[in-house]
Design a protein around this ligand. Structure first.
Ligand SMILES: NC(=O)c1ccc[n+]([C@@H]2O[C@H](COP(=O)([O-])OP(=O)(O)OC[C@H]3O[C@@H](n4cnc5c(N)ncnc54)[C@H](OP(=O)(O)O)[C@@H]3O)[C@@H](O)[C@H]2O)c1
Length: 265
């Protein structure tokens, strides 16, 4: 089974590294095409992959084809590949905002899976959503789940939920990093070095997320359980919860979702 990537950028590299790390495939079964020769040399050298500059040859040689280019070049690439992708291939798109229809209109009869991964897939802690195109079967779904599991957690969603999913999980790493940094800056004022404050803040965020997921706690029950009457958590929570942050964070998701809707038009 040959897996081809059209576009060998950051996301393609993160996915490829995960596939290799989890022994889903071998470097000789992965082909990457890119317009950047620099990128191709890097991938050849670092990951021992086969690379080519011609997208048409890539699709001919691949059984599974990932579209991992930027949204603005998709139309040109689909035009270039017109009639070149046969119905026995499976197409994955990780392109933000590009709907299944864009692929299905250009690639009649071809099974397409739309995936929205996020950047933490670089460390195997990605959160991906996927939805299946009209020609995708249970077998294709199984293939998608096997590949996505290599770089984190995944969730099947209907395509109408992709804009909000992209806001929360796609843009989310920037939002969570912002919050992490705000807490660290606050702690620096009380004597911690930047390095100490960032580690404390990041690891606390990571550990909290892990405990919520692995123990299946309801966040509100968890918050109540870790708050002792008149203690430090209660003092901090009073400031946090009276600040209007709930609305601010909800508005953050609203703005990102609405922007996603605009961009995907
Ligand atoms: N980064 C994220 O957090 C994230 C999360 C989810 C989804 N995505 C999606 O993943 C996709 C890739 O993102 P990325 O961050 O990996 O982008 P990237 O690093 O810019 O990678 C895209 C690569 O495609 C190359 N390319 C441009 N035109 C091409 C063509 N006609 N044929 C083949 N290759 C071509 C680019 O070369 P040049 O640089 O020379 O143009 C670049 O090396 C995007 O559609 C994005 O929406 C990204």
């Amino acid at each position: 089974m040959k897996i081809g990537f059209i576009g060998g950028g950051k996301m393609a590299e993160a996915i490829i590294v995960s596939l290799l790390k989890e022994n889903i495939t071998e470097p000789e079964n992965i082909i990457v095409s890119d317009i950047s020769t620099e990128r191709l040399s890097f991938l050849e050298k670092e990951l021992k992959l086969t690379t080519i500059q011609d997208n048409k040859i890539l699709v001919e040689k691949s059984d599974i084809i990932f579209f991992s280019i930027k949204p603005q070049v998709l139309a040109t690439v689909l035009e270039e590949l017109n009639g070149k992708i046969s119905e026995d291939k499976l197409v994955f798109s990780i392109i933000a905002g590009k709907k299944l229809k864009a692929f299905e209109d250009s690639l009649p009869g071809v099974a397409v899976v739309r995936v929205m991964p996020n950047l933490p897939c670089q460390v195997g802690e990605g959160m991906s959503a996927f939805c299946l195109g009209k020609h995708a079967t249970e077998k294709h779904k199984h293939t998608a789940e096997t590949l996505l599991a290599t770089f984190g957690k995944f969730l099947q969603l209907t395509e109408d939920k992709f804009d909000v999913e992209t806001a929360l999980a796609g843009s989310g790493p920037a939002f969570f990093a912002y919050i992490m940094n705000c807490f660290a800056l606050g702690a620096e004022k009380y004597g911690l070095s930047t390095e100490e404050a960032r580690l404390l803040s990041c690891q606390t965020m990571l550990g909290t997320a892990k405990v919520l997921i692995e123990k299946g706690y309801d966040p509100i029950e968890f918050i109540t359980a870790v708050t002792s009457p008149k203690g430090t958590t209660e003092a901090g929570r009073k400031v946090l919860e009276n600040s209007g942050i709930e609305k601010i964070l909800a508005d953050t998701i609203k703005a990102a979702t609405e922007r996603g809707v605009e961009l995907s038009k």
